[in-house]
Design a protein around this ligand. Structure first.
Ligand code: AMP
Length: 116
């Protein structure tokens, strides 16, 4: 059974402008903003504006143009934030994956040598 998207999740509120964020990038399909509790000197969250709960839903429901655009924007943001020494991308999926906010997002972490 398909899980229903929670319109009250924090990122839905950010997308509707009900909560503020420190915006890094925005276009008609993608929003990126600083994580409120950064785990590294640079910790940016990148989200599609369309409603996908998780990575799995994103890759199965979004069209190829949207998926390609999303990941190219992540690369652009990394490039624009001086992460030439490397960075880490994480997406948590579901309870065991530690996903707290049920709107698909990718964490971009960098700015130091990250531990494993
Ligand atoms: P996840 O565990 O993958 O669902 O991660 C959710 C992330 O959202 C965490 O790293 C939180 O610190 C971050 N977060 C929660 N609320 C906000 C907010 N209002 N603005 C920015 N980041 C947030």
């Amino acid at each position: 059974m398909k899980t229903i998207y929670d319109e009250q999740n924090i990122f839905a509120k950010i997308l509707r402008g009900e909560l503020s964020c420190k915006k890094i990038y925005e276009d008609d399909k993608v929003l990126a903003f600083e994580d409120i509790a950064p785990q590294a000197p640079i910790h940016i969250l990148i989200i599609p504006k369309n409603k996908y709960i998780s990575f799995e839903e994103f890759v199965s429901e979004a069209d190829n143009n949207e998926i390609t655009h999303f990941f190219k924007i992540i690369a652009k943001i990394a490039n624009d934030n001086n992460l030439e020494n490397g960075y880490r991308l994480i997406t948590n999926k579901g309870y065991n994956g530690g996903q707290i906010v049920p709107h698909f997002h990718v964490h971009l972490l960098g700015g130091k040598k990250l531990s494993l």
